[in-house]
Design a protein around this ligand. Structure first.
Ligand code: SF4
Length: 349
């Protein structure tokens, strides 16, 4: 994971340059519902969202963007599609980043106007490609299919369109809902450029499958050192996207700002209810901001050894639990009250 992408500043958040991978999400309330959007953005911020994006297709979107800027402390990204005027108005309204593909604008003059406005305001632009947006000429070169190579080439073409106007303050996103294609495309792009990548699996799906696909796709890239910001796209409450993003970063060893719970799958040796206990432990530690690992294991025979990578753990015995630290058995405790014992130990660590 030694690869480091170029630094880009998005409002008060810096991505790339070795900074933590920033978690983002997108608002999904109706544009007219300003209060609802603000409430959703605040819930996202509360859950750990570090950058929030909102679509700006018209004047109502600009109005919403201004309200969000007044109400939030995290950066707000304006998502523009075809109208360069919306990009200019978003910059004027305080957008911290613009998402726009210059290839969607109708003239080089419009691209120049957007690039100049963003440069003056110090606002980066996210460009990119997804399987539905590859330009016809690029597709033709790649057999008519949005292959990984076509996606990477298409994203680079968007970067080049801004470079023509000396604009380099860019973030690139390459997305596909087919995980192997998305991963390969991001790797191809990373092999050519250190531009920071916004990574994610698009249209990943509902809560469970969307999380699995995102974990595989985003996780594979993060372990390669690719990706400076991420979005888990779920057909679910966007707060779930933040929870999933945090879990993916934790699983990749990129965030140690809370307690990680490991637990055994149980087997015939197990004499305690590990399934219920592991859930309870996860719940109990959710507010402890310490880089610790807790193991919840089903039996003393193997549990202590199998859980020795954990800082602390409990292994089930006959009507009791054995507390251990770093694989060393310490003391037996009755089942009742084991959560409180564990909590006390964690607080003292
Ligand atoms: S820790 Fe014990 S109960 Fe859990 S899987 Fe291993 S052997 Fe089975």
């Amino acid at each position: 994971m030694s690869r480091i992408e170029k630094e880009v500043k998005i409002g008060n958040v810096i991505i790339g340059g070795g900074h933590p991978v920033a978690i983002q999400s997108m608002l999904c309330c109706a544009l007219e519902d300003i209060e609802g959007n603000i409430a959703q953005a605040k819930a996202l911020e509360q859950a750990g969202c570090e950058i929030v994006r909102v679509t700006v297709p018209n004047a109502q979107g600009v109005k919403l963007l201004s309200s969000l800027k007044e109400s939030l402390s995290i950066p707000v990204v304006a998502d523009i599609h075809y109208d360069y005027k919306m990009a200019l108005e978003s910059v004027a309204a305080g957008a911290d980043k613009i998402r726009l593909n210059p290839g969607n604008l109708s003239s080089p003059e419009q691209v120049k106007m957007v690039a100049d406005a963003c440069r003056q305001a110090g606002v980066p632009i996210r460009v990119g490609a997804n399987s539905g947006s590859v330009a016809a000429e690029v597709l033709a070169k790649h057999g008519g299919l949005p292959t990984a190579a076509a996606l990477a080439e298409s994203a680079m073409a968007q970067v080049e369109m801004l470079r023509r106007f000396d604009f380099e303050d860019v973030v690139v996103s390459i997305k596909a809902s087919h995980v192997p294609t998305m991963v390969e495309a991001c790797r191809l792009f990373a092999a050519q450029s250190d531009i920071p990548q916004h990574i994610g699996v698009t249209e990943a799906g509902t809560l469970r499958m969307g999380l699995v696909k995102s974990a595989v796709g985003i996780g594979s890239l993060l372990l390669d050192g690719i990706g400076s910001t991420l979005r888990v796209s779920l057909t679910a409450d966007p707060v779930e996207e933040i929870r999933a993003a945090k879990d993916i970063l934790l699983a990749c060893g990129l965030r140690r700002d809370r307690v990680e719970v490991v637990s055994c799958p149980t087997c015939g040796r197990c004499k305690v209810d590990v399934l219920t206990l592991a859930d309870k432990v996860e719940q109990m530690v959710s507010d402890i901001r310490k880089p610790l690992t807790v193991a919840v294991m089903g039996c003393v025979v193997n549990g202590v050894g199998e859980g020795k990578q954990a800082d602390i753990g409990i292994a089930g015995g006959d009507g009791e639990y054995l507390l251990f630290k770093k694989g060393v058995a310490l003391k037996k405790y009755p089942m009742e009250g084991i959560l409180e014992v564990l909590r006390e130990e964690l607080e003292s660590m």
